[in-house]
Design a protein around this ligand. Sequence first.
Ligand code: DGY
Length: 324
Amino acid sequence: MSHSKIFITRLIPDLGLALVREHFPAADIWPADLPPTREQLLEKVRGVDGLLCMLTERIDAELMDAAGPQLKVISSMSVGVDHIDIAEATKRGIPVGNTPGVLTDATADQAFALLLATARRVVEGVDYIREGQWITWHPQLLLGADLAGATLGIVGFGRIGQAVAKRAQGFDMRVIYHSPSAQPAHNAQRVDLDTLLRESDFVSINVPLTEKTRHLVNAEFLAKMKPTAVLVNTARGGVLDQTALYNALKSDQIFAAALDVTDPEPLPMNSPLLELKNCIIVPHLGSASHKTRNLMSKLAVENLIAGMDGDKLPNCVNVDVCRS
Ligand code: DGY
């Protein structure tokens, strides 16, 4: 049991919470559903030794200054770390932990759920009934796209991209992928991005958000896709230029899109994307299963404990800091 000063920015699932209670009984846990505001966060981190945050908090130099030089570890309950200034943490020798691996299957499931829902127009079908439009079976009602025999193009072939490819095998899809370094797996064939966009009936975005991938999906990218293609983004909203996507969907340049993530989050209610029938948007639910969120919380707390003990984090993002 440690008496270190710990701040946790949200009430985390039971598996992680039990570990917190055991190791840091005096931990300060933000109790509200909404995250702390920036001001509240800067106040709460003052003097903390360890911070466990979510992807909703911006962790930058200002925040690290507010915390103070005693800050020993930053642990995020997420695999994505685009909300954290890793270079700044590294400069200060603060290890940053994340939660890869445990959410791979859940996120790949979500990509497939969205892919199927979009291809087969599930949400439009639900709306159709709710709006009282269902009069009869019709041979041409809400026709969509087949998966069997179609080509799935995966942009980014890390853990999640590969798990998407694995699922596609069960649907008899041909799989191609674009990645600068990943080796082929699950019968997927590596191709350049232009070939992927030209040949794919479905495009799944599975790259992390970095300066290189910001707005990777732009007007030019969308113009290279087939007019019958479906785009699915379960990575980060910032990878996609939403204005370009709106224009492509509105003008039927592509068939449909499904977004698990947007930029910003939450998506403003006046976003024009919300007017489109051929665009499904869900509120960043890629890892949202009971089991996965529990495992993420456990891993995030394990990273926190290791950092507080001065041990190597089970999953360290800035490995140079963890190595020393
Ligand atoms: C992550 O962990 O980065 C995911 O986006 C959460 O769903």
